[in-house]
Write a protein that binds this ligand. Structure first.
Ligand SMILES: [Zn+2]
Length: 105
């Protein structure tokens, strides 16, 4: 898991092509690792307060229960509470909704 340091990223700083981009373009999934019953997702999610800037999110959940077992995010909520934040939930939900459309180019 990457360090969560509060940094925000501009789109041009993000390297690579997303596997999944949400229809509102705010969630971009770049990495996916399926380890048996555990799904690990790396994503960038656009900040709601600072348009054009993205939080870096990593989330790991159990495929059967969808329960989040690990994660890290550069947002203030995660820095402060250390609990799964809305970005982790959104990254997981966007993956669940779009997993059949993974871009394999
Ligand atoms: Zn967050």
């Amino acid at each position: 898991m990457a360090e969560s340091n509060g940094k925000m990223y501009k789109l041009e700083e993000i390297i690579g092509k997303p596997l999944i981009t949400s229809s509102d373009k705010k969630t971009r999934i770049y990495g996916l690792n399926v380890k048996g019953r555990e799904i690990e997702i790396s994503a960038y999610l656009e900040s709601e307060s600072r348009k054009g800037y993205f939080h870096k999110v990593e989330v790991e959940y159990l495929s059967a229960s969808m329960y989040i077992i690990n994660g890290i995010c550069t947002c203030e909520s995660f820095q402060y509470y250390g609990m799964p934040c809305k970005h982790m939930l959104t990254a997981r939900n966007v993956y669940l909704k779009n997993q059949n459309k993974i871009n394999k180019d």
